[in-house]
Ligand binder design. Structure first.
Ligand code: SF4
Length: 433
């Protein structure tokens, strides 16, 4: 089949069974239930009042209310393995290039986003430090210990970037400043540049300036939802959560003004009910502002208000991934692409030979995020399997090999004649990082 234009129409939208995209009507989150008073605001942890002791591995059940930022941060399992503070291995990956840090408090995040494992409604069943987030556990580690290890490794550090993820908490603005200040006073930003994954709801424009002045390199906003309706349904009034689309855009525009071209961006989750045309129009808007999109495939996070919903079908995801790469890095505009009545991409706006070249290179299908030390279009943020199981990879945390490209082409319905079919990998759960 031609890579420029499909010779047959895409299948009609067929509801949740057999559909090739996640439609708005299907992607309705559950309504959160009320939390019992004895579990609210980290009450169980505060009542136990056990002192923290070094690295905390989730489900150790040490209820330590003073294990909190800025003294402590949580980090992704991949970062903890790479840093050497916990054992483990990652399927087809040696390490991660991004040290993803997350502010931590016994009260947890005070927002209630429907797709998120850290959401407030989970207070009833899991203490904050034990909640899964983006498919994995997040160990809590003393900030001083992290800095000590990275400073000791110097130029030999495996990390190409560090990222501080804020959450929604009354302390998170001040504590982000403290954590960043501690880091930049010991680690040269030229060796390990810093990104901020912000929480606009509690921030003002001056907070954005403060972080830039303290040495942050890139500022991102986790918009996550691609349209105002989906934002409100998954992060706002729809789930009793405090965020607003308007406020997120205000801070994103502040970031454009303060951090400048190529130094700001927005996270977007694909497959929460938007059309492909919706999300790619947003990608184009970000590029026109001078920024980038960092894109993730919706995966039903265990324990979240959307854990009963379907993961994004791979064909929808691959079309959006490819089109987003073309807009972000190849100068193609969304207006050059064509879409069907359901908003699905039918033509990527490039001649077949050129599109084949982009697909075969594989970069479009890697994890997306802030750049590392290799190339502008290769993300340091390669934390593996945050948006899929490794048996059926959505975002490749490594350079896709020939077998991976064959699978991607199958998913795009753009396979070359005679190529053998590639099955999902049959992996044991313990290999899933
Ligand atoms: S603000 Fe962020 S951490 Fe908090 S619930 Fe929403 S997505 Fe999760």
């Amino acid at each position: 089949m031609s890579c420029l234009k499909r010779e047959t129409a895409l299948p009609s939208p067929a509801g949740s069974d057999g559909r090739d995209f996640n439609a708005f009507d299907v992607m309705q989150p559950r309504i959160p239930t009320a939390t019992p008073a004895e579990a609210k605001n980290g009450a169980r942890v505060k009542a136990a009042n056990v002192p923290p002791e070094g690295v905390y591995l989730p489900n150790n059940n040490r209820l330590a209310p003073h294990m909190r930022s800025p003294e402590y941060v949580q980090m992704s399992t991949a970062a903890a393995i790479t840093l050497g503070v916990m054992p483990g291995k990652m399927h087809r990956c040696g390490c991660t290039r991004c040290l993803n840090l997350l502010l931590t408090y016994p009260e947890g995040c005070r927002a209630n986003c429907a797709y998120c494992g850290l959401a407030r409604h989970r207070e009833a069943d899991r203490d904050y430090a034990d909640r899964n987030f983006i498919r994995v556990d997040w160990p809590a580690v003393p900030m001083d210990e992290i800095i000590e290890i990275v400073a000791r490794d110097g130029e030999k550090t495996p990390f190409h970037r560090m990222c501080i993820s804020m959450i929604t908490h009354p302390r998170s603005d001040d504590d982000t400043v403290t954590v960043l200040g501690k880091w930049t006073s010991r680690i040269d930003p030229a060796t390990v540049p810093v990104s901020i994954l912000s929480n606009p709801t509690t921030m003002q424009r001056k907070d954005v300036s403060t972080l830039r002045d303290l040495g942050a390199d890139i500022f991102t906003v986790a918009l996550d939802a691609a349209t105002p309706e989906i934002f409100d349904r998954t992060r706002g009034k729809g789930v009793d959560s405090p965020h607003s689309w308007k406020k997120y855009w205000e801070i994103l525009e502040d970031a454009r003004d303060i951090f400048g071209t190529q130094k700001f961006g927005a996270h977007i989750i694909v497959g929460m009910g938007e059309t492909e045309h919706d999300v790619l129009t947003l990608v184009q808007r970000l590029v026109d502002m001078g920024g980038h999109s960092h894109m993730f495939c919706f995966f039903p996070e265990k324990g979240s208000l959307m854990d009963h919903l379907p993961a994004t079908p791979r064909d929808q995801w691959r079309r959006v991934q490819l089109a987003r790469y073309l807009i972000d890095y190849a100068g193609v505009r969304v207006e050059q692409m064509t879409f069907d009545d359901a908003g699905r991409v039918t033509d990527f706006g490039l001649p077949p030979g050129e599109l084949d070249g982009v697909i075969d290179k594989g970069l479009a299908f890697r994890t997306s995020g802030c750049p590392g030390k290799v190339a502008e279009d290769i993300s340091a943020c390669d934390r593996p399997y945050g948006d899929s199981p490794p048996s059926n990879i959505a975002s490749y945390p490594f350079q896709p090999q020939a077998v991976d490209i064959r699978k991607i082409r199958q998913q795009l319905d753009m396979e070359r004649p005679g190529e053998a079919f590639v099955e999902d990998e049959d992996l044991e759960p313990e290999n899933w990082n």
